[in-house]
Design a protein around this ligand. Structure first.
Ligand SMILES: NC(=O)c1ccc[n+]([C@@H]2O[C@H](COP(=O)([O-])OP(=O)(O)OC[C@H]3O[C@@H](n4cnc5c(N)ncnc54)[C@H](O)[C@@H]3O)[C@@H](O)[C@H]2O)c1
Length: 405
């Protein structure tokens, strides 16, 4: 049967990023006619019951079903049944804690599906290579959701840099910091398995690579544990790293998740970059749009990321706009292109055509396909090795394998 232009989507994980960004994007894209069935798999049915309440007008197939299961009973393997039920033309969004990504991505590819994985793709270079090799062999599309690649404030830098307006890279710095409620409440269950660098710093490591196309040469990093250990968590409060790139330019990235809970926006972030011909400086949190209300106090509002606005086409409709929406929609658009281009081909021809299209996108380094996402994974792993070894330099060997210098 020929492709009808709609995908079946499974979202594995129903936590913060699913509720706030991924699912509103998927529901909107279903209204746009690009999606047929949506299924959501989560650890327990209590989470899915909550999603049914948050999205009362949106149909989805829940795994496990809140109507028939205890809200707290864990079903860590039920996503496999959801994969088995997804049907033809499936795309899987992996929205689970970082340390589960690898097996869920590999299993999705092996089940015959394309994947959108929340950043980081995985936590180890070895695992990234497993994903790269399997995806290549099967002609599978695996997109890592680094949404800053779609932020106009970052695209502006890339555009001017690539046209030579800033000259050659010399140095730069970035900061990305979140409030204490993130490691203590939002994902208290897995903060110790991650760190502020792996969780959010990876965005700016990826940005430098996305903008310059340079590979990292070596990394040195630091970590502090002063606040969280006094509050029952062994996670790092903060991490800082300097990445030296193959051209000798240096980029400092500072991260933390112990900013005040009274912060006027969830993520404090920004970046500067100095080249031989010019400078870029941008606050990516304060977009000079503030609200002050009785309910929420003072808010720095970022209209660019992911916000709801009144629909232009219906009285009470809502439309989501921003780089979070564009980034989560990109894999849908790309997979629709792959399906359309290979419609009617034999399986062998289809794999060859997919491999060709995916290789061309990888070369562009616009989407973070697995070989592009490898850079963020390698820098993450190097930062962890450096911090665990008294802030020694870590360099990259063959296949971007990090090792103590
Ligand atoms: N792009 C970004 O800036 C951004 C922002 C936030 C989170 N993230 C990433 O998104 C991912 C999820 O983050 P989050 O903040 O939503 O985390 P979260 O802890 O709020 O949610 C994780 C979800 O995974 C589910 N889960 C865990 N084990 C499962 C299993 N075996 N089967 C099915 N579901 C399972 C849990 O039920 C939960 O719903 C992480 O990789 C994180 O780094 C990215």
């Amino acid at each position: 049967m020929s492709f009808n232009g709609k995908l079946n989507v499974l979202c594995i994980g129903g936590g913060m990023i699913s509720e706030e960004v991924v699912l509103p994007t998927l529901f909107q894209q279903r209204r746009n006619g690009k999606i047929d069935k949506i299924a959501i798999s989560s650890l327990n049915s209590g989470i899915l019951k909550r999603l049914q309440e948050v999205f009362p007008n949106e149909d989805f197939v829940p795994y496990p079903d809140p109507a028939t299961t205890d809200p707290d009973a864990p079903f860590p393997d039920l996503y496999r049944q959801a994969l088995g039920d997804l049907g033809e033309h499936g795309l899987v969004y992996v929205c689970t804690p970082d340390h589960f990504h690898t097996r869920m991505v590999l299993e999705s590819i092996n089940a015959g599906y394309d994947v959108c994985c929340m950043k980081p793709l995985c936590l180890k270079v070895d695992e990234a290579w497993e994903i790269i090799e399997l995806a290549k062999a099967k002609g599978a599309y695996v997109f890592t959701e680094y949404h800053k690649r779609k932020d106009r404030a970052v695209r502006a830098l890339r555009y001017k840099f690539r046209r030579g307006e800033l000259g050659e890279p010399l140095y730069g710095h970035a900061w990305i910091e979140e409030p204490k409620y993130m490691p203590l409440k939002v994902f208290g269950a897995w903060a110790e398995k991650s760190s502020p660098f792996e969780y959010i710093g990876t965005h700016y490591a990826d940005v430098y690579y996305y903008v310059t196309n340079l590979l990292p040469k070596r990394v040195v990093a630091w970590g502090q544990k002063k606040f969280l250990p006094k509050h029952g968590s062994d996670a790092y409060d903060a991490n800082q790293a300097v990445v030296e790139w193959e051209d000798g330019s240096a980029f400092w990235i500072q991260t933390s998740w112990i900013r005040s809970d009274n912060n006027a926006a969830m993520t404090s972030q920004g970046m500067m970059f100095q080249g031989t011909k010019g400078e870029y400086k941008a606050d990516h949190k304060d977009r000079h749009l503030n609200f002050e209300t009785d309910d929420k106090g003072f808010e720095q509002f970022n209209p660019n990321f992911f916000k709801a606005y009144d629909s232009w086409d219906s009285e009470d409709g809502v439309e989501h706009v921003g780089y979070g929406y564009e980034s989560n929609s990109q894999p849908l658009e790309d997979v629709l292109k792959l399906k359309t281009a290979t419609d009617g081909m034999s399986p062998e021809e289809a794999v060859a055509k997919r491999q060709e299209m995916i290789a061309a996108w990888t070369e562009l380094n616009t989407r973070a396909l697995p070989e592009n996402a490898l850079i963020g994974v390698a820098i993450n792993e190097a930062v962890r090795i450096s911090v665990d070894n008294g802030s020694r330099f870590v360099e990259f060997g063959e296949g971007m394998q990090p090792r103590l210098a």
